[in-house]
Each structure stands twice: as structure tokens, then as C-alpha cells.
Design a protein around this ligand. Structure first.
Ligand code: ACM
Length: 558
């Protein structure tokens, strides 16, 4: 077995790591020379310059859970936060002693990651919003934790188009990401089934494009419909709040505006965006079922100008410091309408590109240059490699490792999120009780054994793997409880893959991880997360008879 986690050798080391149940596993956990530290009414909380935001977060969350004031300290005793320039930005050191808990980090982000560890060390009730009883004793166990992440991009993508998650639920998800030391929230804001971000200059995007008259209940094969008109969107102030809330948790937000496919909601609001010489785009509506629609954007200058207008507002809402990347989609764009459209064919001739793939590439290259001029970077799904990818763009490798390998070898940065492994909409078990089962069977253990860096990738190319991301597509997740069920507990395994220094997949100690999960399930319970229980779904979590779209086997990643 490859060396790992000195002092954190799962059950055999000097610290009982199963009992602590830290997830994701830190680099090292060693016994502290003194301790534990008792937390009480007199415990002060001191924040050295640069760590005030973390102190505010600790007072809000631990203060609520414990009922303790955590009053302003002087740097002596109690909980002491400080920066340590010797550490990497997201690295931290948490040293418990009988007199103090000293938490230092390479930056405020590192201190914040360490604050998550501190909360885990206090036990599951530290995840509640009010104390269960007055005057209970709290203590931080006598350990020293030294820790840093493996990857700088540890993300989750949430599709709020297929089903809309109200703002409160998005904020809650940011808390859940933070609790797992994840640092990227990829916000899939637009798709065929709904446009979810207010754009002031194009009000019909939300007036028309955020609503559909009915919704397929189950996957495509299901004959059931929910006939209730459905929709919702985030106002610009909602977006500002979400972005600020994420920033306080040191989470970057990647907004996604999907082009040139997955755009039927936009076309239904502004029919001139579609291929009006092929279909009557004025008759199109926000899509009410699932799959890939043929209704894609028309390759016109007017379409480019329209989306530049959208992006001008997007860039204002998602500032460069916390949103260096903007995702432009680029996935699953059927070329049928462009093949039939005289206008699209004339465009191909005029641009001198080879075929319809060239049009797709023209769209993406245009916005790559446009974003670059404004100090941002484009990221897109791996189809953006087709037809040639502009320099500087990054790739979300979703169809397997292949796109990511090609991109990394060509010098592009890559986020690994292959559907075969980390699409959390895919079912967690092959049994008949999984609700609306879709995709491949991907258990907690399967996710735990996912490796973001493809084996055999050269060192130079491997440096371009920025990290990894779990993707949550919500066609059959009608509400927050369904999202919770699909995401948890697997996001805990994913977080460990993204953060911890795990050995090669076959050598990973899943039994030890699973033992730590006992403590973690108690935290998720305290947080009110409606996860899939290890023994299978509760009756209320099942959806008997509602058809999904299960796929068989375990296809290769390359
Ligand atoms: C995708 O799953 N269409 C990126």
C-alpha cells in the first residue's frame, strides 16, 4: 500500500480515527501533548488580521449549535485563529491543547477549511442550529491535525434548470459543500427546460423562459406528467447573495450559460435566437421533457450580440475574484437544423469552416476571446474540443477521461467529471427500490475509488488536471429531498477523493472510510440531510413504478 496519512492509519495509529470520523481524511492526525480543550461560556475566540471572516462564521455556526458566546479574545487561550505564511493557501494546522485551540492557515481559506475540521471534532451536535440542552459540556479532543488539499478544484455542479432549487436551498448546498471542504460551485443556470437567472435587458428570459406548462414525471420512458405549471428564477439580488455567501465560505462560483445547444428556453423567450428558417421558432415553448432537443441557436451575429448582453450582466453579478471561470456549456448540440438551414450553410461558407462542427467551434471561440478580453477564462464541456479549441479555455471532461486526456495533452486545463463515475444523478444501487433509477450503478464505494488523474497520463499533462467535480443533473430530482438522496452519502466519498492524499483506487481502504462514515451519518442527520441510508431507501424515498433510464454495465473511462 502506498504511504498515506502518517499518524492517521485508520484504527492502527495512535489516534482512533474511526471514532473521530474526520471526512475528508486529513493528511496527519497526531496526539496533542495536552488536552482535550473544554469549550465553555468563558471560551474566547480571537481572530488575527485576515481571519475575521472565519471568526464570524464560527460564532454564527458554533455559537448557534452550542449556545456559547465565543466572545472576542486577546489571542491568549480559547480558540485562536491566525494566518501562517509558511503554509499553502488552503493548508491548515489545528493544534488542540488544554489551554487553547490554535488554528492557523496559509490564507483565510485554509483557516476556514480547518474550522470545518474543528466543527467535526466537536461531534454531530455541533451541526445543529440550537443546543439540545442547556449547560452541556463540549470538548475538542487532544489532537494535532495538519492538512492540505490534493486538488485546487473540488467542485459540485448543480442543475437548477431541469428542477429549480429555491435560493434558500442553494445557500444550504453551499453550507454542505463547505462542510466537505469543497471549493467550487458550478451553477448550471440555463437549459432547454428553464432559464433561471434574471437578465435585466432581456426580461422575457425569465418572464417566459423560466416557466413551463407541465413536466415529465420520471425519465423519458415514463408516461406520467405533472400538469402543474412549473418554474422559478433567481433575481439579480438573489444571485449577489448566493455569490457573497459562497465567498464567505471560500467557494468559487462558476456560472454556466449553455450555448449553442440546450437553449430552447431562451429561444422560446426570443424566437429570433433559433433557426427560424427551419422551424417555426415562435411556436417553441420551454421544454417539458428530458433529452437533447434539436432546437439550437442560430449561428448569427445577432445571437452573438444577444449573449454578449447576457454575459455583460453575468460578469457584473459574478465578480472576477470569485468567478475567474465562466462556463459556456457547449455540450450535446445536434447539428440537424444547421444542416437544413440555408442561413447556417451560408455562414459555414462565409466563415470558411469545414462543416457544422466548425459553427459550434465558432460560437465557443468567439466567447473564449470575449471572456479573455474581460479577464475571465472560458470553460466548457468536452465537446468544445471538437473543431479546435481556443488557447486558454478549460474543459470539463464528462464523457469519460478521453476528452480530458486530449485536452491536458494539448496544454488545456481540465476538470475531471466523467459520467461513468461522478454523475450523482446515476443510481446508487442496482436493486428495485432505487427511486426513478437512471444511469449506471455507482455505489458509495465506486465513488470512493474514482481517480481524477487518468493512469498513465504524463507528468506535464497531469499538471493540467485542476481537479474534479461531481455533477448533479436534476431531471428526476423534483425537490431538495430528491437532490439530497442522490448526492448523499456519495458526496462525502467524492470530497475525500478530491481533498485527501489517497493511494491508487485498488489500494484505497474503503472499510476504514466506511467506519468513519458512522460518525459522518450522525453529522448529516444533525444537518437534516435526506441521504440514502446504507441499507437502502426508506419507503418515503422510493418512487415505485416511476420509470427512470437505467443503463447497464460499467463502461470504460477512455
Ligand atoms: C452533460 O452531461 N451533457 C454535460
Amino acid at each position: 500500500m502506498a504511504p498515506r496519512n502518517t499518524g492517521h492509519t485508520d484504527d492502527t495509529g495512535p489516534v482512533d480515527t474511526a471514532a473521530l470520523g474526520l471526512i475528508p481524511a486529513p493528511r496527519t492526525v497526531t496526539p496533542a501533548p495536552s488536552g482535550p480543550y473544554p469549550l465553555g461560556h468563558a471560551t474566547p475566540l480571537s481572530a488575527a488580521p485576515g481571519t475575521e471572516g472565519v471568526a464570524r462564521w464560527l460564532r454564527t455556526t458554533l455559537g448557534a449549535a452550542t449556545g456559547l458566546p465565543l466572545a472576542e479574545g486577546t489571542g491568549e487561550g480559547g480558540i485562536v485563529l491566525a494566518l501562517d505564511g509558511e503554509l499553502a493557501p488552503e493548508a491548515y494546522r489545528l493544534a488542540v491543547g488544554a489551554d487553547a485551540v490554535r488554528l492557523t492557515g496559509g490564507s483565510a481559506a485554509g483557516v476556514f477549511r480547518g474550522a470545518q475540521t474543528l466543527r467535526q471534532l466537536l461531534g454531530p451536535d455541533a451541526f445543529r442550529r440550537a443546543p439540545l440542552a442547556a449547560g452541556r459540556a463540549w470538548e475538542v479532543p487532544a489532537v494535532v491535525v495538519e492538512d492540505e488539499p490534493r486538488f485546487g478544484w473540488r467542485g459540485m455542479m448543480l442543475d437548477v434548470s431541469r428542477h429549480f432549487l429555491p435560493k434558500e436551498d442553494v445557500l444550504r448546498y453551499l453550507d454542505l459543500l463547505a462542510a466537505h471542504k469543497l471549493n467550487v460551485f458550478h451553477f448550471h443556470l440555463t437549459d432547454d427546460q428553464g432559464w433561471r437567472i434574471e437578465i435585466k435587458r432581456y426580461p422575457r428570459l425569465t418572464e417566459v423562459g423560466s416557466w413551463r406548462s407541465r413536466t415529465k414525471y420520471g425519465h423519458r420512458a415514463s408516461e406520467l406528467w405533472d400538469e402543474t405549471p412549473y418554474g422559478g428564477f433567481y433575481t439579480q439580488d438573489d444571485i449577489r447573495e448566493i455569490v457573497a455567501y459562497a465567498a464567505e465560505r471560500h467557494i468559487r462560483v462558476v456560472p454556466e450559460i449553455d450555448i449553442p445547444g440546450h437553449s430552447q428556453a431562451a429561444i422560446s423567450a426570443y424566437p429570433e435566437l433559433g433557426n427560424a428558417d427551419v422551424v417555426d421558432t415562435t411556436a417553441l415553448t420551454v421544454w417539458d421533457t428530458w433529452g437533447v432537443t434539436p432546437n439550437v441557436l442560430a449561428p448569427t451575429d445577432a445571437t452573438l450580440r444577444f449573449y454578449e448582453g447576457v454575459l455583460e450582466e453575468v460578469l457584473e453579478l459574478f465578480p472576477a475574484e470569485t468567478s475567474p471561470f465562466v462556463h459556456m456549456g457547449g455540450d450535446e448540440c445536434p447539428k440537424d437544423q444547421w444542416k437544413e438551414s440555408p442561413l447556417a450553410q451560408a455562414r459555414i461558407a462565409e466563415l470558411g469552416v469545414k462543416d457544422e462542427d466548425g459553427l459550434q467551434s465558432w460560437f465557443i471561440r468567439h466567447f473564449d476571446a470575449w471572456l479573455t478580453e474581460r479577464g475571465r477564462r472560458l470553460i466548457g464541456w468536452d465537446e468544445i474540443l471538437e473543431g479546435g479549441l481556443a488557447e486558454g479555455a478549460a474543459v470539463s471532461s464528462w464523457r469519460g477521461y478521453g476528452g480530458g486526456i486530449a485536452a491536458a495533452e494539448a496544454g488545456h486545463d481540465v476538470v475531471m467529471c466523467p459520467e461513468q463515475q461522478v454523475y450523482l444523478d446515476h443510481r446508487q444501487d442496482g436493486g428495485p427500490d432505487e427511486p426513478m433509477p437512471i444511469g449506471y450503478v455507482r455505489s458509495l464505494e465506486d465513488v470512493y475509488r474514482f481517480e481524477p488523474v487518468p493512469p498513465g497520463l504524463g507528468e506535464e499533462a497531469a499538471r493540467h488536471i485542476l481537479g474534479t467535480q461531481a455533477n448533479v443533473w436534476t431531471e428526476v430530482m423534483q425537490n431538495r429531498a430528491r437532490v439530497d438522496y442522490q448526492v448523499f452519502p456519495r458526496l462525502a466519498a467524492f470530497a475525500e477523493v478530491a481533498w485527501s492524499a489517497l493511494p491508487a483506487p485498488a489500494d484505497r481502504d474503503f472499510a476504514a472510510f466506511d467506519a468513519r462514515m458512522s460518525a459522518h451519518y450522525a453529522r448529516l442527520d444533525a444537518l437534516g440531510v435526506d441521504y440514502r441510508p446504507p441499507a437502502g431507501p426508506y419507503p418515503r424515498q422510493q418512487r415505485p413504478g416511476i420509470l427512470g433510464f437505467p443503463r447497464e454495465g460499467a463502461p470504460p473511462l477512455v
